[in-house]
Ligand binder design. Sequence first.
Ligand code: ZN
Length: 270
Amino acid sequence: MRQSRSIIAALLAPLVASILLTSFAAGPAAATRKIAKSRPPPSPVKCEMPKFRIVVDVGHTPDAYGALSARNDPEFGFNFRLASLITTKLKSEGFAATRLLVTDGKARPSLFKRVGAANDGRADLFLSVHHDSVPDKLLDTWEFDGAKSYFSDRFSGHSLFVSERNPQFTTSLKLARMIGRQLKEQGLHYASQYTLPVMGRYRRQLLDKDVGVYRYDGLIVLSRTRSAAVLLEAGSIINRDEEMEMNSAERQELIAGAVAAAVGEFCERR
Ligand SMILES: [Zn+2]
């Protein structure tokens, strides 16, 4: 029995080999024909967590500090604290090539510095971190710390912005939606006022009404960056209650965790 089996094997071997050779020969040729026929667009760069270059941009500069909170604290400080936490979180979750971007100087030149830093560093992802306010005409006055101060309790919540002028608009929108979804799952709500006429020149097109993603084409940091780019307004610091929440470690942890989870999901699906 043993012998006859090996004889059959010996007889079959060339046949098996020829079948294998035939299929190998047909394989690559067939694949080439397929590719030539359908010509798919180049696939996006694969995301390898340790090599994925994320730039976390701190909105504004110490000189041009952005909005002033209801309690007269500059927006830059809020942005710096949250962006630092997001950076730490992303690094600890395996995105070792994440970089915190702090810019100095005047407002407009600083925008081009940011874009230059991201493009020169061949960033894969650009996330700008801000805190929100309202147009001046909506401000009310109160006294804080003995000084006349400004606030508006009318609106609250976070919002996300992407630019259709960004070369990777679709990817940017996808990431913005993932961040929005994560924030929503944490029980946070988005700022819906950007569609209202009262916002005047700040009025924006709502691209995702479920999770609060708006279109903001004119923003330099979104339109001039070559990588996918998203701007996060993390919450309103002109709203007196929300300012306190944005100052709390709990809220900062919640937002940073949501952003890191979204970036993780984004990388996984790439
Ligand atoms: Zn800002």
